[in-house]
Design a protein around this ligand. Structure first.
Ligand code: SAH
Ligand code: AVI
Length: 395
């Protein structure tokens, strides 16, 4: 059984998270440090739990880490680049987003510890075809993708859990990840930490450099001292508007040198019923994932959102080829956000727009690649054409 199969089996057998809790989860690890921590020295628990190597403190300066080695810690380093600025950014985004005509919350705030677990649960749902389809494409083509990559940095933007990267690592020329440094980059510290530690245990020759950062702003934190295969799986590019996606792709293109490759997963335009079922699953996991963003705001900004007073709404907008997720108020209400000294008024039925998930035709994908100075080299897809994995090089 390959490492990938082991990881996949573990994933399948993990029990479901408790999705019934509508109230903020008090035992949950905070996404950001307490406000006092930001002004003062951080508490240990607010810092990344890094074993060995160095970790970075506020502002990115290196600070010593505890060498508590439960495994070969010399192969793992995690750098956290968003502590202070990220908490401030959340406050700014929530103030601006909940003051605008169409209220909105950026989708990157879904991914606290519980949100990341709920997303993993979404990936196991029968209705949510993108994960298993992308996995099947990887399964079939991992050998061909890894064939030109014998050593260097395997970078994963928006890494989340580690199972897709396992497929590539299992297909590498050298066994046990030897010669490869895996560089996951994610806003979710908890997801990144867990995945990084697991990979170190699974691959005895692998080095891991984890980067806790926002890839829309911190791409320059990706090291550039080795050949690179950069990946962005899951269709995450679809969670950005045209302008944001263009900026992100241009940023990646600017990083790339001759010989570097960029492997991007994209969900495709398809039947509306199939798309809408994927975002309205029967078990209500996607609804819990969507509502969890209100838990994040309650916890981080001392807000009083009652999750029971919002409905999950997800539909396909055929004009813009995107799923739109919203949270709709069940009644008129006022919500206090104490940390922002703000009260937000809702009319009955008014929505907070929480996510777009764009679906791409091949023509549109080629256009945005070209605009970013990227050229498709190989195009992998499944038999139904439900998902695409595109290998890009710099033009
Ligand atoms: N790559 C995984 C996870 C996709 S979920 C898969 O294919 O299944 C999207 C991931 O991107 C989450 O782990 C989330 O924390 C991360 N993410 C979302 N916005 C981000 C941003 N702006 N910068 C860095 N990571 C981000
Ligand atoms: C991470 N991203 C590509 C997922 C998507 O399908 O847009 C997030 C998600 N939202 C609801 N379900 C899954």
């Amino acid at each position: 059984m390959t490492h990938f199969d082991q990881a996949w089996q573990r994933l399948r057998s993990t029990g479901s998270p408790d999705c019934s809790s509508a109230s903020p989860c008090p035992r949950q690890k905070r996404l950001f440090p307490e406000t006092a921590d930001l002004l003062d020295l951080p508490s240990r628990s607010a810092l990344p739990r890094v074993r060995g190597g160095t970790e970075t403190g506020y502002g990115g300066e290196a600070v010593a880490a505890d060498p508590i080695g439960l495994f070969d810690s010399a192969r793992l380093e995690i750098r956290n680049y968003h502590m202070t600025s990220y908490a401030e950014e959340l406050a700014r985004d929530i103030r601006a987003g909940l003051s605008s005509g169409q209220k909105q919350i950026p989708s990157k705030y879904f991914y606290d510890e519980r949100g990341s677990r709920l997303f993993e649960e979404i990936c196991r749902l029968p209705e949510y075809y993108p994960t298993r389809t992308e996995m099947a494409i990887l399964e079939e083509h991992a050998g061909a993708i890894m064939e030109p990559f014998t050593a260097g940095d395997l970078v994963e933007m928006g890494s989340g859990a580690n199972w897709k990267i396992c497929r590539l690592l299992d297909a590498a020329a050298q066994p046990h990840g030897a010669g490869i440094r895996y560089v996951p980059l994610d806003v979710s510290e908890s997801a990144l930490q867990a995945a990084a530690e697991e990979l170190i245990r699974m691959y005895g020759g692998l080095e891991v450099l984890g980067i806790v950062a926002d890839f829309t702003r911190n791409l320059d934190r990706i090291p550039d001292d080795a050949d690179r295969l950069i990946t962005l799986f899951g269709g995450t590019i679809g969670n950005f508007t045209d302008a944001e996606a263009a900026e992100l792709l241009e940023g990646v293109s600017a990083l790339m040198r001759r010989g570097d490759r960029f492997l991007i997963g994209m969900d495709t335009v398809k039947d509306t019923d199939l798309l809408e079922a994927a975002y309205n699953d029967a078990r209500g996991i996607t609804a819990a994932f969507n509502k969890n963003v209100l838990n994040v705001v309650n916890r981080e900004l001392c807000a009083t959102f009652d999750l029971d007073l919002f409905d999950h709404v997800a539909f396909y907008n055929e004009t813009s080829d995107q799923i739109e997720m919203h949270l709709a108020a069940r009644q008129a209400m006022a919500v206090e956000i104490a940390a922002l000294d703000m009260v937000v008024e809702f009319e009955n039925g008014e929505t907070i727009h929480t996510e777009i998930s764009r679906k791409f035709s091949r023509e549109r994908a080629i256009r945005i690649f070209e605009d970013a100075g990227l050229a498709p080299q190989r195009w992998f897809t499944d038999e139904n054409g439900w998902f695409s994995l595109v290998e890009l090089v710099r033009r």
